[in-house]
Design a protein around this ligand. Sequence first.
Ligand SMILES: C[S@@+](CC[C@H](N)C(=O)[O-])C[C@H]1O[C@@H](n2cnc3c(N)ncnc32)[C@H](O)[C@@H]1O
Length: 167
Amino acid sequence: MTKESLNILDIGFGTGVLTGKLYDAGHHITGLDFSDKMIQIAEEKMPNARLIQWDLTNGFPDQILAAKYDYIVSTYALHHFTDAYKVQLLEQVLPTLKKEGKLLIGDVSFQTEEDHNRCRDRYKDVWDYDEYYFVFEEIKKRLAGNKQIEYTQLSHCGGVFALTPQT
Ligand SMILES: C[S@@+](CC[C@H](N)C(=O)[O-])C[C@H]1O[C@@H](n2cnc3c(N)ncnc32)[C@H](O)[C@@H]1O
């Protein structure tokens, strides 16, 4: 990131572990989360951020869709949604990225379905079967149109997606 002050949206900011750092670095933070408790903690860390209480099962609110962002980030929040709904959310929010903007997602994730299943089988006693972990090849197939999507696996069960709309 550059030293200029960027407009950043965090989807499911939680206690602000990630965004708190971006806030401290001087960036303009907008965030969505549905939890009272999380918002209360995050507000203490980021008193001037625009933190909106919102349930993402309703898509994104108009006030989010009316703005433009340099970066959209989300960590460990989107695995609560099915792949179909993840993609619906991403398609809805991607047009809010500025021309050179980027969406970054960090989460429990795998390159292939085989990698996902191998990990699930290995950790079958502690696996959370109510969550829907990202599989890069599946998400890529489902995303429409002209988008550049890259995935970096960072551990045996986690990684980062970088998505850029192509114009
Ligand atoms: C595991 S926490 C991650 C928080 C933060 N991004 C981090 O990396 O520390 C997941 C967050 O997603 C939020 N979340 C889960 N489902 C949600 C929903 N339907 N709408 C809005 N927020 C949701 C939770 O309240 C929680 O703060």
